[in-house]
Write a protein that binds this ligand. Structure first.
Ligand code: NAD
Ligand code: MG
Length: 380
């Protein structure tokens, strides 16, 4: 039996993870955590019967407790709740599918408790990769990528017996505004930015995909997962999202992983690795697939990507500032408090004023996050 805990079970990755689990009789859910959707969480509890469930707000946790009083489940709240789910004793794997750097502490707690990590929550690795990677090695747990690009890279490295990566070719759809200038993006509304051409995902990552900040976060995620330098990761726009990423080896051979855009494949692969199991859904039909096109990303009109390279090359606390500023700016855009282009203006401004702390501790990362939020609040 594969026993699984899910952080962020009511979200896009969380619900698809539960669909995968349902299709495999040898998988079992032992713990679930969510933000505030207790209606869906209650349904999930009734269906999967976890031992522990957590909700972010105390009040909603009390409400949930009353609703599931007939079941044998412990309900917890807040950061303690997230950590209780991440460290639930019988779980072997923790799927980290919360959104944002709120995932840092529970992910670290899970690693320290000896759990394997199926990692969707990229913000955690971007901000605390220098702490997490050594911890993973020391505890001897596995860090299995769920992000489709990183799963593709991981699959390309299969059977390579430690052959060195020359370059990672990280593919990007380019998002809904590919080909537009900043001038043309001035009046973009929330509804426009939430329409991703190929993937259906949570709101924050959908906005991040439209600004290319998501790809910037993914370059930093790849750098930690695969132990390469920032400049060994080259972003390649591939508008149809059919090639999920590629690896170029030292002899010039390029390996790629292709497939339809469906997150259930990387989720299932992370949960079953190294086994491949049957999966339903649409398949690629190369007779119908007329072409696969490639483009260079537009760094000038999508400064989020250039700023991410800068943050990743500098390292220390700068990726935290990049990420925290983006998290806050995206939430302000979603609440219609700022215009679309202000998202990357805020990131740039927060990065420029920050004094970088090399090799920050968890406390220093969280302090840099708070400081960035305070700065943004005082200015916008
Ligand atoms: P989402 O917004 O759909 O879901 C987020 C989940 O986290 C929800 O269950 C929410 O309740 C929970 N959550 C949020 N704040 C919480 C808190 N404080 N405490 C407890 N739970 C909390 O997001 P998503 O699209 O599923 O993305 C999740 C993560 O996976 C992100 O880091 C994202 O970048 C990454 N990712 C997502 C996709 C995708 O296809 N959706 C693909 C690759 C990577
Ligand atoms: Mg991705």
């Amino acid at each position: 039996m594969r026993r699984i805990a899910v952080l962020g079970s009511t979200g896009s990755i969380g619900t698809q993870t539960l669909e995968v689990v349902e299709n495999h009789p040898d998988m079992e859910i032992t713990a679930l955590a969510a933000g505030s959707n207790i209606r869906l969480l209650e349904e999930q509890i009734r269906r999967f019967r976890p031992k522990v469930a957590a909700v972010w707000s105390e009040e909603r946790a009390e409400e949930l407790k009353a609703r599931v009083a007939d079941l044998d489940v412990r309900v917890e709240a807040g950061m303690d709740g997230l950590i209780a789910v991440a460290t639930e004793a019988s779980a072997q794997v923790v799927v980290t599918a919360v959104v944002g750097m709120i995932g840092i502490r529970p992910t670290i707690a899970a690693i320290q408790a000896g759990k394997d990590i199926a990692l969707a929550n990229k913000e955690t690795l971007v901000t605390a990769g220098h702490l997490i990677i050594p911890m993973v090695r020391e505890r001897g747990v596995r860090l299995l990528p769920v992000d489709s690009e990183h799963s593709a890279i991981f699959q390309c490295l299969n059977g390579e017996h430690g052959n060195r990566i020359h370059k990672i070719l990280l593919t990007a759809s380019g998002g809904p505004f590919r080909g537009k200038t900043r001038e043309e993006m001035k009046n973009i509304q929330v509804e426009d930015a939430l329409k991703h051409p190929n993937w259906s995902m949570g709101q924050k990552i959908t906005i991040d995909s439209s600004t290319m900040v998501n790809k910037g976060l993914e370059v930093m995620e790849a750098r930690w997962l695969f132990g390469v330098e920032m400049d060994q990761v080259q972003v390649v726009v591939q508008p149809q999202s059919i090639i999920h990423s590629m690896v170029e080896f030292e002899d010039g051979a390029v390996m790629a992983q292709l497939g339809t855009p469906d997150m259930k494949l990387p989720i299932q692969y992370a949960l079953c690795w190294p086994e491949r199991r049957p999966m339903g859904g649409e398949r690629l039909d190369f007779w119908k697939l007329a072409e696969i096109r490639f483009e260079k990303p537009d760094f000038d009109n999508f400064p989020g990507l250039s700023l991410a390279y800068e943050a990743g090359r500098t390292g220390g606390s700068l990726p935290t500032v990049f990420n925290a500023a983006n998290e806050r700016a995206v939430s302000m855009f979603l609440n219609r408090k700022i215009g679309y282009l202000t998202i990357t203006d805020i990131i740039e401004s927060a990065m420029r004023r920050h004094t970088v702390i090399p090799n920050p501790s968890v406390e220093q990362i969280l302090e840099a996050e708070r400081d960035t939020y305070d700065y943004i609040e005082s200015r916008w």
